[in-house]
Design a protein. Structure first.
Length: 410
């Protein structure tokens, strides 16, 4: 018989322990929210694959990625965040109570922060599957460079990761041959990296090429490139191949629940909110222009705070706005609009005249539109009346003392 899953309640469940998830954890923990971060592989995420982080502010010595993310982890732990090292297997994100399941546990959460990053894209060339990882095709120079000391390696790609990691490989390998899809002298990386790579004597470039096939015995010993213009096949004997041709967002778990782009990146607003209330997405998994540690931590900070605001707003909404003890009058206004501010006096008079028989709440949309959104109010000022904890009437036009009193049967 299947073992019953242990059920635990959290304010915030963060899926993914890269820089984005770790920063969200620091902010949520600091806001005293009960927070758990679930990571299936390495805490630190993709950043741990990098030997040198030269552009993360505050670290001029360009430390290893994991040196930075280990500090983030320590900081999150200090804020009381729980960590679980396992894969999330399924999620139910639609309802007010979110469900996140691992093999053994079921987490019920008020909010969920999706921080699952991405994974390496592969070429799809013949025999690729046969040689993946320890059989000759690697995706991590940091992990595998030393094992290629005095060897000949092939690098596929010309983006920042390909060229920076290719340069790192030249510290170990005797020769690094780079397959570039574009015309001679054209690469996808930044100009500085390009100039440094082209000046590196150990690096050789094969322009206008893609991989046609991977060849060898038990282990890879040849990469056959194909010239995309002439069709010519160019066999390159080598000891190992490194593929750096981008990555795919880890969003399969959320498909059908969360709004995504055609390339399966999650869409968010500037508060990192997805289309589902209480669900946020941060870092490389969301659609954005620059995928870096600095932007991942910015996303994480915003989502941590946005989760706190969402939970506080939910409590206000349930306990005060939609209270069921008395008939309710909710005045939705904009504090910077003189007319709607002036009408506050009329609301006050109605409240005084009712002598405690109604519950009055004022929602200022200038501070946040969250509560107004929950009431379905898009134009201001507006009045919503409630009965037995449910919306009774919505008055959007001709607001007067009489029309409101009539709606409330006063
Ligand atoms: P990730 O770091 O990808 O973390 C996502 C995490 O989610 C992973 O740990 C993954 O295991 C976990 N996860 C996924 N699915 C699940 C699941 N179902 N259950 C549980 N956990 C899950 N950036 C810089 O700023 N400077 C650099 O110099 C730099 N160099 C780079 C060099 C290389 C080779 C690479 C690959 C990237 C580099 N980057 C650099 C980019 C940077 O590493 C990423 O932008 C950053 O790590 C993104 O953070 P993230 O938290 O969004 O995602």
């Amino acid at each position: 018989m299947a073992r019953e899953k242990k059920v635990e309640n959290y304010d915030v469940v963060i899926i993914g322990g890269g820089p984005a998830g770790l920063t969200a954890a620091i902010y949520a923990g600091r806001a005293r929210l009960k927070t758990i971060l679930i990571e299936k592989a390495l805490i630190g995420g993709l950043a741990t694959y990098t030997n040198e982080i030269a552009n993360y502010p505050g670290f001029p010595e360009a430390p290893k990625g994991e040196a930075i993310t280990n500090l983030m982890k320590d900081q999150a732990k200090k804020m009381g965040v729980d960590f679980k090292l396992t894969a999330v297997k399924s999620v139910e994100l639609q309802g007010e109570e979110k469900v996140v399941e691992t093999f053994r546990n079921k987490y019920l959460a008020k909010t969920v922060i999706l921080a699952t990053g991405g994974r390496n894209r592969v070429t799809g060339a013949t025999n690729e599957e046969k040689y993946l990882f320890d059989k000759g095709i690697s995706f991590c120079a940091t992990c595998d460079a030393a094992a290629n000391t005095d060897k000949h390696v092939v690098v596929i790609g010309s983006g920042d990761a390909a060229i920076e990691e290719g340069m790192f490989l030249t510290k170990f390998a005797s020769k690094v041959t780079v397959s570039v899809m574009h015309d001679e002298g054209k690469m996808d990386c930044n100009e500085i990296a390009k100039e440094a790579a082209m000046a590196n004597e150990k690096m050789e470039f094969v322009w206008n090429t893609v991989v046609d096939s991977f060849e060898g015995d038990e282990h890879l010993n040849q990469v056959v490139l194909k010239n995309v213009k002439t069709g010519e096949l160019i066999p390159i004997d080598c000891d190992n191949c490194f593929e750096f041709i981008g990555y795919i967002p880890n969003t399969e778990l959320f498909e059908g629940q969360i709004e995504m782009t055609g390339r399966k990146y999650i869409l968010t607003d500037d508060k990192m909110a997805t289309n589902l209330p209480g669900v946020f997405a941060v870092g490389d998994v969301r659609e954005k222009w620059l995928k870096q540690i600095a932007t991942a931590v910015g996303d994480g900070a915003i989502a941590g705070m946005a989760a706190e605001a969402y939970i506080a707003e939910t409590e206000t909404f349930e306990e005060h706005i939609m209270q069921d003890k008395k008939p309710g009058l909710i005045y939705v206004y904009n504090a910077i609009d003189a007319d709607s501010r002036a009408f506050l006096q009329t609301i006050e008079k109605i409240e005084d005249d009712a002598a405690g028989s109604i519950a009055v709440n004022r929602i200022d949309v200038y501070k946040s539109t969250g509560l107004a959104d929950r009431l379905g109010i898009k134009t201001f000022p507006a009045v919503v009346t409630t009965k037995d904890g449910k919306i009774d009437q919505t008055l959007l036009e001709n607001l007067t003392e009489d029309s409101i009193k009539t709606a409330l049967s006063l």
